[in-house]
Ligand binder design. Structure first.
Ligand SMILES: Cc1cc2nc3c(=O)[nH]c(=O)nc-3n(C[C@H](O)[C@H](O)[C@H](O)COP(=O)(O)OP(=O)(O)OC[C@H]3O[C@@H](n4cnc5c(N)ncnc54)[C@H](O)[C@@H]3O)c2cc1C
Length: 456
């Protein structure tokens, strides 16, 4: 056993992450700034006969349109599961930005036509052949709005996640194709040869190459193959799935990280789902995920059989104690199946005989949802500075605490914990929000509270 298993997982120091984040954000802002130069330095003839407010509005419209176009261009790297970006920002954070950027794009795409048409007193695109690029723009706006509305209100329309994803991805390609056509043909700035047209063609080419790379990563040979070695119940409505790696290559990950798993079995569909590895990288070759049955796909996880193939893409995320200073005291707060990254970290600490003080608070509805109880008790004996406290929200048990993990309970349980400790919180998004707010109230700094929500 050696800690070097996790070193290759690409974890960066806080300083390196901040430096890379600054470089990447600066590069994105530089691209937007360069786009802002276009309506000034490469004026289209439509600008020549506009003066005063009209000219201002038209220019603003172009700037708004170009900003929306660049944000659209960034959507693929944000959601493309790129390891390089995950190392710096972590995938869940990138997905959050992807969602936020989508709302910004929709807003800008709605404002853009208003600003460019008003100076021409145009309130409707004429039905004439020469206005076809504007009509492509109108179709593009419709597509963008559909993407945002169906993503935001997927549940209202009763669309299952994988069906939504099945449409969302090709629709994203259609959006970018329509955008390229619209930009290249709607304004003379981009129609004639020159830096703006070259820049658009380069960006479009780069986007296509990136798209091919992303598809190859998620469906091709870059994924690791495993086989299911066992499936066992892990408390009520959850299963621990043990996996054995096939082939000579190892799978390098840090405790607490997650990967996308795609099972090739007669009993479950192939779509990839994200799960945290509950195993520890100190036991190489043997991987484990622990899955709570909570939907149409996870409900079938117990039907998996020994020998079923699994492809995995990853690892992703930075929800791991390895990015903290060695020896820093840790508080772990898990809701239900949110225990999986904590289990991985604790198993790693046990195997590496990590002496730091750790307190685990694990909230469940009732006793029957607990699993690994004996293992946690043994850890408590072995790691003398580790303590775990089970809590139950629905039914009292003969041990642990009863009630929600809220500010008063945390206040009591963490009375003696120094406020310099790192706090790891994982579970349902609502619980994470509440607990993080309570921890901040109790004096833990926002920067030392690390969160992992089980929803992308
Ligand atoms: C970083 C991360 C780590 C996770 N770790 C664990 C874990 O260790 N154990 C565990 O039980 N669960 C874990 N989950 C949650 C797990 O991925 C979902 O519960 C599961 O995908 C639900 O699938 P479903 O079709 O059964 O349920 P549904 O009811 O169809 O989906 C429920 C929700 O799960 C998410 N989801 C569903 N399918 C996908 C998909 N293909 N890709 C991404 N998200 C999807 C969506 O937010 C959806 O709204 C994790 C999620 C994330 C994001």
């Amino acid at each position: 056993m050696s800690v070097q298993h996790a070193d290759g997982a690409g974890l960066m120091t806080q300083r390196a992450r901040c430096a890379w984040a600054a470089v990447i954000v600066a590069a994105a802002l530089a691209m937007i700034a360069a786009a802002f130069v276009v309506p000034f330095k490469f004026e289209s003839p439509s600008m020549y006969y506009k003066f005063g407010v009209d000219k201002l509005l038209l220019r603003a419209g172009k700037l708004v349109g170009l900003t929306a176009a660049l944000l659209l261009f960034f959507q693929l790297p944000l959601a493309g599961r790129l390891n390089a970006l995950d190392r710096v920002f972590s995938l869940p954070a990138l997905y959050r930005v992807h969602r936020f950027a989508a709302y910004a794009i929709a807003m800008l795409a709605l404002i853009h036509p208003a600003l460019v048409f008003v100076p021409d007193d145009m309130y409707m695109i004429p039905f004439q052949a020469r206005y076809w690029p504007e009509w492509v723009g109108a179709g593009l706006l419709g597509l963008i709005l559909c993407q945002v509305v169906f993503s935001r209100f997927r549940r209202v329309f009763s669309i299952r996640y994988h069906r939504w994803l099945w449409i969302h991805r090709p629709a994203g390609v259609a959006v970018v194709a329509a955008l390229a056509v619209h930009v290249l043909y709607v304004s003379e700035t981009f129609q004639s040869d020159g830096p703006p047209r070259t820049a658009v063609l380069l960006l479009a080419g780069g986007w296509v190459l990136l798209w091919i790379w992303v598809r190859l990563q998620s469906s091709g040979g870059r994924r690791r193959l495993c086989t299911v070695s066992s499936v066992a119940a892990a408390g009520k409505d959850a299963y621990a799935v043990d996996l054995a790696l096939s082939g000579p290559r190892s799978f390098v990950y840090a405790p607490g990280q997650f990967a996308f798993f795609s099972f090739h079995s007669m009993r479950i569909s192939k779509e990839a789902h994200p799960f945290t590895l509950s195993s520890t990288p100190t036991r190489s070759g043997a991987l484990q995920i622990t899955v709570r049955c909570c939907g149409d796909w996870t409900d079938r996880i117990g039907a998996l059989e020994q020998g079923d193939s699994v492809y995995l893409q990853g690892p992703f995320g930075k929800f791991t104690h390895l990015i903290d200073a060695p020896g820093r005291q840790i508080v772990m707060i898990a809701g239900g199946i949110g225990i999986t990254p904590m289990l991985s970290m604790l198993r790693y600490m046990r195997d590496t005989q990590d002496p730091r003080p750790v307190t685990l608070i694990w909230s469940n509805r009732a006793e029957e949802h607990l699993f690994c109880r004996q293992e946690l008790d043994e850890m408590q004996e072995k790691l003398t500075r580790f303590a775990w406290i089970p809590t139950f929200t629905r039914r009292k048990a003969g041990f642990g605490r009863f009630g929600r993990v809220d500010r008063p309970l945390l206040d009591r349980l963490l009375e003696d914990t120094p406020r310099s400790a790192a706090v790891y919180v994982c579970g349902p998004p609502e619980m994470i929000r509440e607990i993080s707010a309570a921890a901040r109230d109790l004096g833990f700094s926002a920067g030392s509270i690390k969160q992992e929500a089980f929803g992308l």
